[in-house]
Design a protein around this ligand. Structure first.
Ligand code: SAH
Length: 240
């Protein structure tokens, strides 16, 4: 039986985001939040972890793009997924899509392996390692039609990490806070170099009041082979 408070949080999120989920999807979201809660209690995988904040700051925020856009066909990558955000909520709500979750942190990948098993998710793939390395792997370079990334690095760094993995014509969605506009101003040269243009952006408030933004970049030409640079370089010496 689903806790009544949890049920009403989920209903509220579905209404706000115009989603219509089935019982299996609702159960999976609740299971995932419970696993996050257990995990954060022991390992502090995410910041503050009250039930309402988990649903609003993490589930609602992760699913927000579904209100904005129909994501184009093809494989989806969540780069720097951490404990699975936004990738796991997106996978639950888009069960027929193939999603890859990438993270450098082994412990987080192990947690995600457990989530995949317990929620019985299929079409979900885990990539352990650094985006700088995956971006030079010919099996993954320029492969994904949709890339999402949330709370991983400043835009100027993320552009260099994400665009090499995007197919030409693919979309990259950057989940940002109120500093989105300033970060993207700083990322203009990186976008130019790596072959992306800002197509659209949205500002919105979480039900908890915090402001967020989403930037949508389209990859409009191939990324030169010099990028991404070696591990650590994009953050240490951002493209200007
Ligand atoms: N997207 C999640 C996690 C944010 S924490 C969320 O919204 O909660 C940032 C995560 O990005 C960490 O788990 C870290 O291991 C990962 N990360 C940072 N730089 C990375 C890189 N270059 N390649 C792969 N993963 C990276």
């Amino acid at each position: 039986m689903m806790d009544i408070r949890v049920r009403s949080l989920l209903e509220d999120i579905e209404i706000r985001l115009k989603l219509s989920l089935n019982d299996r999807q609702r159960t999976q979201l609740v299971q995932y939040v419970e696993m996050l809660q257990e995990e954060t209690n022991s390992q502090r995988l995410i910041g503050d972890a009250t039930t309402a904040s988990l649903y609003y700051k993490h589930i609602y925020d992760s699913l927000y793009p579904l209100l904005l856009k129909q994501l184009p066909e093809g494989e989806i990558l969540d780069l720097g997924t951490g404990a699975g955000l936004p990738g796991i909520p997106l996978k639950i709500c888009l069960p027929n899509r193939t999603i890859y979750l990438m993270d450098a942190n082994r412990r987080r990948i192990n947690f995600l392996r457990k989530v995949t098993r317990e929620l019985n998710l299929s079409g979900l793939n885990l990539l352990a390692g650094r985006a700088e390395d995956w971006g030079r792997d010919t099996a993954y370079r320029e492969r994904f039609t949709v890339i999402v990334s949330r709370a991983v690095a400043p835009a100027v760094v993320l552009v260099e990490l994400t665009l090499p993995l995007s197919s030409v014509g693919g979309l990259v969605l950057f989940y940002k806070g109120p500093r989105g506009p300033a970060e993207f101003k700083e990322a203009a040269a990186a976008l130019q170099i790596c072959g992306g243009v800002i197509e659209d952006y949205w500002q919105y408030d979480l039900p908890t009041g915090e402001s967020r933004s989403i930037y949508m970049v389209i990859k409009n030409k191939p990324t030169p082979n010099d990028y991404p640079r070696r591990v650590g370089k994009p953050a240490k010496d951002p493209l200007r």
